[in-house]
Design a protein around this ligand. Structure first.
Ligand code: SF4
Ligand code: F3S
Length: 92
């Protein structure tokens, strides 16, 4: 049951999440990050690190953001890995 990055990440990309992931699961798109579901070990370390609460386990993704489950799987494979924090797109 992998974790999923959802809508609040879009346009923000705080990237606090990438610094705690033990498996380097995060991939970076232009507007948001994605988790590679095949690599995620479901440790849960990333979710509390996100200042805008964008990360959920797939079974807990809110109804309106369900499409992000498939989007993470699709886009993680099409984008490069990110393992270091960067300046966010939005202001805190
Ligand atoms: Fe990485 Fe753990 Fe988050 Fe999965 S749940 S993306 S392994 S920190
Ligand atoms: Fe996005 Fe939150 Fe990580 S805004 S980049 S999921 S810390």
């Amino acid at each position: 049951m992998p974790f999923v990055v959802t809508a609040p990440c879009f346009g923000c990309k705080y990237t606090d999440c990438v610094t705690v992931c033990p498996c380097d699961c995060f991939h970076e798109g232009e507007q948001m990050l994605y988790i590679e579901p095949e690599e995620c070990i479901d440790c849960g370390a990333c979710a509390p690190e996100c200042p805008v609460e964008a990360i959920y386990q797939d079974v807990d993704v809110p109804t309106e953001w369900q499409e992000f489950i498939a989007l993470n799987a699709e886009m993680a494979r099409a984008t490069p890995a990110i393992t270091e924090k960067r300046a966010p797109l939005c202001e805190p």
